[in-house]
Design a protein around this ligand. Structure first.
Ligand code: ATP
Ligand code: MG
Length: 381
């Protein structure tokens, strides 16, 4: 029986889920996305669109009435509204799981209570709490918005006492937490999936390099010892054991100076650090997400080729239309998201450099260097 799939959010993640769904016509007959931007990336690949804010109650109700199953590409949806429309459509991951994950403080409290390592953190209700917390953690520490943060925009690093007031004022009115700074050796992540029947599969550990608080590059597999890889995989599977809900989850972690793993955060959705899977694995994370929420057997997650994923980000210097990016090279897969306007550091596309001929990570990194110039986003004339 075919199903109508509703997706909250029609940006690049929704677009790539929609593309994966188009390859499963026997299972998904139609895709509807809810997104405030007219002709959003997912609509450009054939999804029907409801143009409305992600939190628009009426629009979510409309989506649920039109869909058999609902998923999301962003974690900022209203979990109460989603809960109330469960009678209309199945929602995966569940609104309960979304509720825990979308609040970084609740999420970390949940993980800590289940014995999963996280950085030290406290809840912040007033500026005095920040001062107390800094006495405990020392400098630097991160003041974080508990909700609706992405691409590092909800974080303020406090390096000294003089910065406390500025940091606190920056978040005016938002719910906050304070977190100890982890001087990590490396950032890594695991993409994990669980289907509605409880089957779990994880993709191999990858290494993530951030610039300006945004993911710039993912290296698959991560260049760490087998011991660290194993430890990260154990922690990822412990996390999946305690976290309910079907779908793909992105589990971001730090490798500490003494080679321990702590979780930074979990995304209840497909994740930028899993884009390599479009070419590096038999099953992309987008296909896997669909298999998971539709209750089908999960696909193979083995890494077939070393792969580097490099994000194409809007240049810092301008906002507006940009020149097309062109890269013609065997085994380099460019994916642009169809966004008309570039903004500083906006995610406009990515490329996967795939080691189809058994190239080492170093060789792939050299290849990336040789084409980086072509990925610079320039204003169109
Ligand atoms: P994104 O959407 O990019 O995943 P976000 O806005 O939800 O991010 P976080 O993942 O919490 O924010 O943080 C963004 C980046 O800031 C992390 O990838 C890491 O580089 C850095 N960071 C966050 N927390 C800490 C910490 N406790 N210690 C050191 N660095 C941190
Ligand atoms: Mg993050």
């Amino acid at each position: 029986m075919t199903k109508i799939l509703g997706i909250i959010g029609g940006g690049q993640l929704g677009m790539m889920i929609a593309e994966a769904a188009k390859d499963m016509p026997e299972t998904v007959s139609k895709i509807i996305v809810l997104d405030p931007t007219k002709n959003c990336p997912a609509a450009q690949v054939g999804a029907e669109q409801i143009v409305a804010d992600f939190k628009d109650r009426d629009a979510i109700i409309e989506l649920s009435e039109k869909s058999d199953i609902i998923t999301y590409e962003i974690e900022s949806g209203d979990s109460n509204v989603l809960k109330s429309v469960e009678k209309n459509a199945e929602i995966n991951p569940s609104p309960e799981t979304l509720h825990i994950i979308q609040d970084k403080f609740l999420q970390k409290t949940f993980l800590k209570e289940h014995g999963i390592p996280v950085p030290e953190f406290i809840e912040i209700s007033n500026i005095q709490d920040v001062k107390e917390g800094l006495k405990k953690f020392g400098y630097p520490a991160l003041l974080k918005a508990r909700r609706d943060a992405y691409d590092g925009r909800g974080n303020f690093k406090i390096d000294s006492e003089e910065m406390i007031q500025t940091a606190y004022d920056y978040f005016e009115g938002q719910k906050l937490m304070l977190e100890k700074f982890v001087p990590f050796k490396m950032e890594v992540s695991v993409i994990a999936a669980r289907n509605t029947k409880g089957q779990i599969k994880t993709y191999p550990l990858v290494e993530n390099i951030h610039e300006d608080n945004i993911l710039r590059q993912t290296i698959a597999p991560a260049r760490v010892s087998q011991e660290i890889t194993k430890n990260a995989e154990i922690i990822a599977s412990q996390t999946m054991d305690v976290l309910k809900g079907a779908g793909v989850f992105g589990i971001e972690m730090f490798v500490t100076q003494n080679d321990q793993i702590v979780i930074n955060e979990i995304a209840p959705r497909v994740h930028n650090s899993g884009h390599h899977s479009l070419q590096s694995s038999k099953t992309s994370q987008f296909k896997q997400h669909l298999l998971a929420i539709l209750g089908l057997d999960l696909g193979d997650t083995k890494l077939i080729h070393n792969t580097i994923m490099y994000n194409i980000l809007g240049s810092k210097g301008f906002e507006g239309k940009y020149q097309p990016i062109k890269i013609e090279n065997n085994n380099i897969f460019l994916k642009m998201y169809g966004k008309e306007i570039s903004k500083p550091l906006r995610k406009l596309g990515h490329l996967n450099i795939v080691g189809t001929n058994d190239e080492s990570i170093d060789q792939l990194l050299e290849k990336l260097e040789s084409i980086k110039e072509k990925t610079i986003v320039k204003q169109s004339n």
